[in-house]
Design a protein around this ligand. Structure first.
Ligand code: SF4
Ligand code: FES
Length: 322
């Protein structure tokens, strides 16, 4: 096992673990934000640079620091490595620049974007960004591309993280969705405009960190924070059938996969569960879903209080007083 210290916390990890994975083992504030890395998608990471950290000591054998900040999602740890994330002013300053760069061409259309309230870029800019933009040039514009009747593509919101490309390739099993052109001309397309029509193509909506790929069956129906996320399941022949049903009263407004505390899908779901099962009778509703990440969705959603174990039930205390 390798010992690695991140922001003064030491953890033991297997060789081959990346700095980001080691930080996730520690958890909390130490974990760098990740806009392109996705643990369930092979080859993801290394595109957005939001996860940059400082390697203050390369390893126990060679304690020299790495001269430049590194992408933690694609840098494996060495034994005795010392890493700084939130303890490095240099990292925090550089991350601000990365956020500014990601926002250069991103429109400020959060008020009308379905992703608002659960958008990684919103969270990233709130936590790490500048208060105002310095960008006065015109933003990129695109011809509208129709990628099918279930999924809506807003190319001007895309940050080119490639997650959707890996998802279609690895989960949906049909490589008809990709990145065309290079540099600032790059854009996501279904290549010759074929609709993405496999049984698992809807997962691109869940992996997209911004509102570039959204669910047409939910478009403009409600802001996410007005809905109640409920764990639900059904017997499905194509996927595990474990989902979140986003409900308003007894109506299901949309269905998504369940996500963990790092915002990653726990189990990918099929398009039938996502797009076609919108009746409460289609599902066994298990109960309210705890939203793991700091999110506006959690606001006003009350959960049953779990009493701390040291507080005894009232009847016990009454007995003692007697
Ligand atoms: S559409 Fe979304 S998932 Fe695909 S590359 Fe753009 S930002 Fe990433
Ligand atoms: S998450 Fe590491 S470069 Fe994007």
């Amino acid at each position: 096992m390798f010992k690695v210290t991140i922001d003064n916390i030491t953890v033991e990890v297997e060789p081959g673990t990346t700095i980001l994975q080691a930080a996730r083992m520690i958890g909390g504030e130490v974990v760098p934000p990740a806009m392109c890395y996705y643990s369930k998608l092979k080859g993801s990471g290394g595109k957005c640079r939001t996860c940059i950290v400082k390697v203050a000591q390369g390893s126990a054998a060679d304690p020299r620091p790495v001269p430049k900040l590194v992408a933690s999602c694609s840098t494996p740890v060495q034994d005795g490595m010392v890493v700084q994330n939130i303890t490095s002013p240099e990292v925090l300053e550089a991350r601000k620049a990365v956020v500014e760069f990601l926002l250069i061409n991103h429109p400020l259309d959060c008020p009308v974007c379905d992703q608002a309230g659960e958008c990684d870029l919103q969270d990233l800019s709130f936590n790490n960004g500048l208060e105002a933009t310095r960008y006065i040039e015109e933003k990129r514009e695109f011809e509208v591309i129709n990628i099918g009747e279930k999924i809506k593509l807003h190319m001007n919101r895309c940050i080119l993280c490639y997650r959707c490309v890996y998802t279609v390739d690895q989960i949906a099993g049909k490589r008809n969705h990709g990145v065309m052109y290079r540099g600032d001309a790059s854009e996501i397309s279904t290549l010759i405009n074929h609709a993405i029509d496999t049984d698992f193509s809807g997962n691109v909506i869940d992996v997209c960190p911004v509102g570039a790929l959204t669910d047409r069956t939910f478009r403009f129906k409600s802001r996410v924070w007005f809905l109640n996320p409920m764990n639900a399941h059904r017997d499905c022949s194509k996927c595990g059938g474990k989902v979140i049903a986003w409900m308003f009263g007894k109506e299901i407004y949309r269905v998504t996969a369940r996500k963990d505390k790092f915002g990653e899908v726990e189990e990918f779901i099929c398009d039938e569960c996502r797009f076609e099962k919108k009746n409460a009778a289609d599902w066994v509703i298990e109960g309210p879903r705890h939203i793991e990440r700091n999110s506006v969705i959690s606001t006003n959603h009350y959960e049953k209080l779990t009493k701390p174990s040291i507080i005894k039930p009232l009847e016990d205390r009454t007995e003692k007083q007697d």
